[in-house]
Structures are given as structure tokens and as C-alpha cells.
Design a protein around this ligand. Structure first.
Ligand SMILES: Cc1ncc(COP(=O)(O)O)c(C=O)c1O
Length: 431
């Protein structure tokens, strides 16, 4: 297909139309600036300006030497969650175990609903108090509190408020799928930073920031998929790196906070101007709760509120009542403790099974998943496991860049018998 136009606006309109009519498809490369300039008989600056506009509009992305590439905003993509109607044993979902989710009806009985109208304070006073106490020890400075419809919603709104399409965001590699999709949906570019068992690597984060990343999205505990949590030492190193870039937006996705067995170590330096600590209620109270708490500096909070205003501006007080009633009730502490122990027990049983069969896995991990790094092709191994009746998540689908092979196994519902059988089947599939 021919790109035509004499001005940057005309080239922009032409490429946009070609992308919308699918004549240019996701992943297609645009001609090099120099070639198109010669072909159209115009200056390179004009073509470069058109390409910049395409990137800012989220229609294309730049990929270093690969040039400018069309981005499909509407591509369907893999999501977290159970596979409906799968005949396989689903260990790919990333879901919590329903046994450990609190009783919502009982919560509402303890706190009967009173109608709220437009214009009420956006956060329930009681829930605000709870969040204030919860966040206070882990925030680097004075903070404001907001609620969003879950952690992913917070991440997307925060990124959107501070960045423009084409900007780079440093993320863990491999990365939680929904975060990756959130970036892609608004035309942001993920720069992968490797992780080891102490979390994100400080030298790679430094490199990503040096190369222009304007935000970092980091999981301090129970990284998805590897399960690793930040060590005290690593958190300090990361904080030192971030201190050199005070205008970079730091988003800390502490999604497993209520259930984590790891200590929280903060990476946000006191000098950071833009930061947000996000804590979801999804894993402990249930993914359907769709509420996350966000503590952030006041400028970030203001921007987040503006972004919330485009929807309803507040998270339903009915949901807030439920969350408040649950998190402030003494029975919840006991339930969360039981859930923690149960998840740990299931994880240990699977780890022991894997150990017995000589299969390597990520140690000291937390969360609802166990990560098995693999040398070879994880697709072939996932397929071999599917033939034996197991559905697991392929690590390569979570890679931000480069090659990552591994399996992510959700442990929240696995039984001891399944652990033994799965370990045997992995051994056979890998072998
Ligand atoms: C890293 C990470 N962040 C956030 C979430 C949950 O987000 P939400 O609060 O939107 O349910 C998950 C769930 O698996 C996760 O793994």
C-alpha cells in the first residue's frame, strides 16, 4: 500500500486510515524516514514529524533499529483467569482459593448500606482511617489516599495521567500480563528489567532510566510470575538508583500486601516527586471486590482524581462498605492468617514434590504462583503437560523482551495428590 502526502498532517492521516482499514497491520514496519522522504519528494523532517505524531497518537511505536512499527490497539490478548470449559486441571488462572474469601453478606449485615449521593466525600471515613494506618509506615512522605477499581485500574490511570503515548516504562521482565496490556493499550512502551530472587536488578533499572524511561512499575512482593519479593539490600539499591531520577513516576504495585509473608521494603526515595503505592484487596477479599487503595504524593493524587472523574469519580460506597466492614473486623485477621498458612503449605508440598524429582523452581517465593525456570522451549513443555491433563501458564507469554522460558503454576487450590502427580508429569514432559 502506498503512503502519500506532502505535509506531516497528510502523511499522518494517510497512515492512520491505512491502519484503521487494516491495510497496515499490527507489526508492519513503516518505510525508513529517508526512503519515504525521497519517494514523496519532501524533507526528512516532515516525515519524521509525521512518524512522531503517529507514535504520540498510539498508532505506531518506535523500536530502535527496527524503525517505526504499526501497533494494533484492538488486538485480543491473553488475560489472567480460569479457562471456562477447559477439560484440563487449571493451574494457570492466578486466582485465589474461594475458601479463604470473606463472607460478603455477613459484612453487609454488620454495616448496613446507607444511600450516598453525588458529591459525597469519595472515600468512606472508616476505610480512610484503616488505609492511613496501613500505608503510613511504608510511605516516604506525606501522602493522599484514593481508591480505584483494583490495582490494574490504578496503574492504568496513573500512567495515563503522567505519560504520553510513546513514553517508555521500566517493568519487570517477565511481567504481570494485565500491566503489560495496560501499557500497550495506551501506546506506552515497556522496557524490561530482569528479576532474580531479590527482585528487579538495580543495574538494569539504571540502564532503563538512563535510556529515557519516564516511569517504573515495580512489584515489591510476590512478583507475578516468579513470586520473588524485594530483599532489604535490593530495595536500598533500587532506591539509590531512583534517587538520581526524581521526576520519574514510581508505581509500586503491592498487590499481595494483605497476604504476603514477606516484609515490605520501600524503594521510593524521600526525594521522589512522583510516586504511588498501590495495594489491592483482590487477593484477600476476592477479585470481584474491584477495590485498590492508592497512597501517593499530592500532585499524583490530584491527577489520579481527575482521571477518576472521567468515570464516576468514586468507587461505589457499597463496595467500600463491604471492604471496610471486612478489613476492620477481627475475624478477618484470623481468616487471612489461615489463608497465608494454607497457601504456604500448598506451595511447600509442590516444592517438595518438585525437589524429589529434581526439578528446579524459584525458591523463597510468595503469592499464588510457583515459577519454574526452563532452559528449553516452554511451549512444547506446556503442551506436553496439557496432554497429561494440566493447564499451566507459559512463561514466554509473560516476557517483555528477549527470551524467557518457564512455567507459572497457580498453587492456591492444588492438592497434595495433585502435587505429586504434577511433579511426575513435569519430570516426564521436561525429560
Ligand atoms: C502484579 C499484580 N498486580 C495486580 C494484581 C491484581 O490486580 P487487581 O487489583 O486489579 O485485581 C495482580 C493479580 O494477579 C497481580 O499479579
Amino acid at each position: 500500500m502506498a503512503i502519500h502526502g506532502k505535509t506531516a498532517a497528510e502523511i499522518f492521516d494517510c497512515v492512520r486510515a491505512l491502519a484503521q482499514s487494516q491495510q497496515l497491520r499490527s507489526g508492519d514496519s513503516l518505510p525508513p524516514v529517508r526512503d519515504l522522504a525521497v519517494q514523496l519528494g519532501i524533507s526528512r523532517n516532515t516525515v519524521a514529524a509525521a512518524y512522531r505524531r503517529l507514535v504520540v497518537a498510539g498508532i505506531a511505536t518506535t523500536h530502535g533499529r527496527l524503525g517505526t512499527i504499526i501497533r494494533n490497539q484492538y488486538e485480543s490478548s491473553d488475560q489472567e483467569g480460569a479457562q471456562a470449559d477447559s477439560p484440563l486441571t487449571d493451574l494457570a488462572s492466578g486466582n485465589p482459593n474461594a475458601t479463604w474469601l470473606p463472607d460478603i453478606a455477613a459484612a453487609l449485615q454488620r454495616k448496613p448500606y446507607t444511600p450516598r449521593l453525588y458529591g459525597e466525600p469519595t472515600v468512606n471515613a472508616g476505610l480512610h482511617r484503616y488505609i492511613q494506618q496501613w500505608m503510613q509506615p511504608d510511605c516516604p512522605a506525606k501522602f493522599d489516599i484514593d481508591l480505584t477499581h483494583g490495582a490494574v485500574d490504578a496503574i492504568e490511570r496513573l500512567l495515563n495521567a503522567y505519560l504520553v503515548a510513546g513514553d517508555k516504562v521500566a517493568v519487570e521482565n517477565p511481567c504481570f500480563l494485565s500491566s503489560l496490556h495496560s501499557l500497550g493499550a495506551v501506546g506506552l512502551q515497556a522496557t524490561g528489567v530482569s528479576v532474580d530472587d531479590e527482585g528487579m536488578l538495580a543495574n538494569e533499572l539504571e540502564e532503563a532510566l538512563r535510556k529515557g524511561a519516564r516511569a517504573v512499575l515495580l512489584t515489591p512482593r510476590a512478583h507475578n510470575p516468579t513470586g520473588c519479593s524485594l530483599s532489604k539490600k535490593r530495595a536500598k539499591e533500587l532506591s539509590q538508583v531512583l534517587a538520581q531520577y526524581p521526576n520519574v513516576l514510581i508505581i509500586v504495585d503491592d498487590h499481595f500486601a494483605l497476604l504476603s509473608t514477606a516484609h515490605y521494603y520501600s524503594v521510593i526515595p524521600e526525594t521522589a516527586t512522583r510516586w504511588a503505592l498501590v495495594r489491592s484487596f483482590s487477593k484477600a477479599l476476592g477479585p470481584d471486590i474491584r477495590v485498590a487503595a492508592v497512597a501517593s504524593d499530592s500532585a499524583t493524587s490530584k491527577e489520579l482524581r481527575l482521571r477518576l472523574a472521567s468515570g464516576t469519580s468514586w468507587v461505589s460506597h457499597l463496595l467500600q462498605d463491604v471492604v471496610e466492614s471486612i478489613v476492620t473486623h477481627p475475624s478477618t485477621t484470623a481468616l487471612i492468617e489461615q489463608a497465608k498458612q494454607d497457601y504456604q503449605q500448598r506451595r511447600q508440598t509442590l516444592e517438595q514434590g518438585l525437589q524429589k524429582h529434581g526439578i528446579a523452581f524459584q525458591t523463597n517465593s510468595d503469592g499464588l504462583n510457583l515459577w519454574l525456570p526452563l532452559q528449553g522451549d516452554d511451549q512444547a513443555i506446556a503442551l506436553a503437560l496439557a496432554r497429561r491433563g494440566w493447564l499451566v501458564r507459559q512463561g514466554s507469554s509473560l516476557a517483555v523482551e528477549g527470551e524467557i522460558n518457564g512455567l507459572r503454576i497457580t498453587i492456591s487450590d492444588i492438592s497434595p495428590e495433585q502435587c505429586e502427580q504434577l511433579a511426575q508429569d513435569i519430570k516426564r514432559s521436561v525429560g
